[in-house]
Design a protein around this ligand. Structure first.
Ligand code: GLP
Length: 242
């Protein structure tokens, strides 16, 4: 079941997403939040920090699981998703490392790391609310166009388009990792609630195709049409092709 929220501006869009996350944590202070990286969540994280600083909500008791991490980057590498989360959210919210989880892209045994990460989510009681962005090809986490939906955390191979989109964060194109550990579509679908955020004109066509077109592993976000509680928050530009 999809719920739609279309906001007049990008700023209002981020505030609406932060409000959904805040409402979840007001109801359950030790919520398990699934978190995302990329440019989409940045303004949402700034709004969450502001809400906590203003005393509206206290996020410091949440537990978090990130969607993905690049293989081959250590957690203290400046472009790792762990570093991104520490800098843009965790430190500001006062979250300790025991509360936060990001797959270990330096694990020697990657399939053991995948299984351990999936199990850790289950042991935490599952994800209460999962925040998602969407890639230009419709990917969620690193579930690139594929022949079948992935069920659990897996080793993902990035497409050329995703590598080039993510290049902006790295000094040289050859520095962008080609593989990542990623939650599977099944891992994401098991979350109780989903919050998908998209803004900007460049996401308009994929938002339309993913959520009003056929459900297909070629556009992994399309599976969210079958989730019982998925809220899609857009600005007017991202909603402009609907
Ligand atoms: C990456 C991440 C996704 C994210 C996507 C879109 O590929 N693995 O989780 O949704 O980028 O990123 P952006 O928000 O920068 O458009």
């Amino acid at each position: 079941m999809l719920h739609w929220i279309v906001c007049p501006t990008r700023e209002a869009q981020a505030k609406a997403c932060a409000a959904v996350l805040a409402a979840q944590v007001l109801q359950k202070p030790d919520s398990v939040l699934g978190l995302a990286t990329g440019s989409t969540p940045l303004a949402i994280y700034r709004e969450m920090i502001a809400l906590q600083n203003e005393g509206v909500v206290n996020f410091s008791n949440v537990r978090t699981f990130n969607l993905d991490e690049y293989i081959g980057l250590s957690h203290d590498h400046p472009q790792s998703y762990r570093s991104f989360m520490e800098t843009n959210l965790f430190v500001e919210l006062g979250l300790r490392s025991e509360q936060t989880h990001v797959p270990d892209g330096m694990a020697e045994d990657l399939s053991a790391e995948c299984a351990a990460y999936e199990q850790a989510i289950e042991q935490a009681g599952g994800i209460d609310l999962q925040l998602l962005g969407i890639g230009h090809d419709g990917h969620i986490a690193f579930n690139e166009p594929a022949e079948a939906f992935t069920r659990t955390v897996f080793v993902a191979t990035l497409t050329a388009a995703t590598i080039s989109a993510n290049q902006r964060f790295f000094a040289r194109p050859e520095d962008v990792p080609r593989t990542a550990l990623s939650m599977g579509v099944g891992s994401i679908m098991r979350a109780n609630r989903i919050l998908l955020s998209a803004f900007g004109r460049d996401k308009a066509e994929i938002v339309r195709d993913a959520f009003t077109g056929p459900v297909t592993p070629q556009i992994s976000a399309s599976i969210l049409q079958f989730h019982p509680d998925c809220t899609i928050v857009l600005d007017e530009e991202a909603a402009s092709a609907l």
